[in-house]
Design a protein around this ligand. Structure first.
Ligand code: AMP
Length: 114
């Protein structure tokens, strides 16, 4: 599996504004924010996208999503609410082939999915 920009951020080969890191995940600010708060959460164990998470142990998938919620809470968004997005594949708008959850918030978001 070739290295993506997120592999390089994880390896600390290129800089990112890291907001949270533990043994399971790394969370950093999106370089092109689409909301006042826009953070990406990636698992340290690599998968290309949601399709590939089907081969993971359900426990590990659960841990990833719990950590996404924990990062949102740490960002102060748990009470006000936020949007989580996972784009999968070309038609899903995925531009980086390393699974990542977008956390968008800090303001009232218009539209349900856009
Ligand atoms: P997606 O289109 O769902 O694959 O999302 C990829 C996201 O990664 C986009 O929102 C980009 O703005 C973001 N992105 C690309 N390069 C970087 C980077 N070096 N640091 C932080 N975010 C990035």
């Amino acid at each position: 599996m070739s290295d993506t920009i997120f592999d390089k951020i994880l390896a600390k080969q290129i800089p990112a504004q890291i907001v949270y890191e533990d043994n399971d995940v790394l969370a950093f600010r999106d370089i092109s924010p689409q909301a006042k708060v826009h953070v990406l959460v990636i698992p340290k164990k690599k998968a290309r996208n949601l399709n590939e998470l089907r081969s993971w142990r359900p426990e590990d998938v659960g841990i990833f999503f719990q950590k996404v919620a924990s990062v949102a809470e740490q960002l102060g968004l748990a009470g006000s609410g936020y949007r989580t997005v996972l784009n999968t594949g070309h038609e899903g708008g995925q531009s980086v082939d390393y699974v990542h959850a977008h956390i968008l918030g800090g303001e009232s978001l218009s539209g349900r999915f856009a």
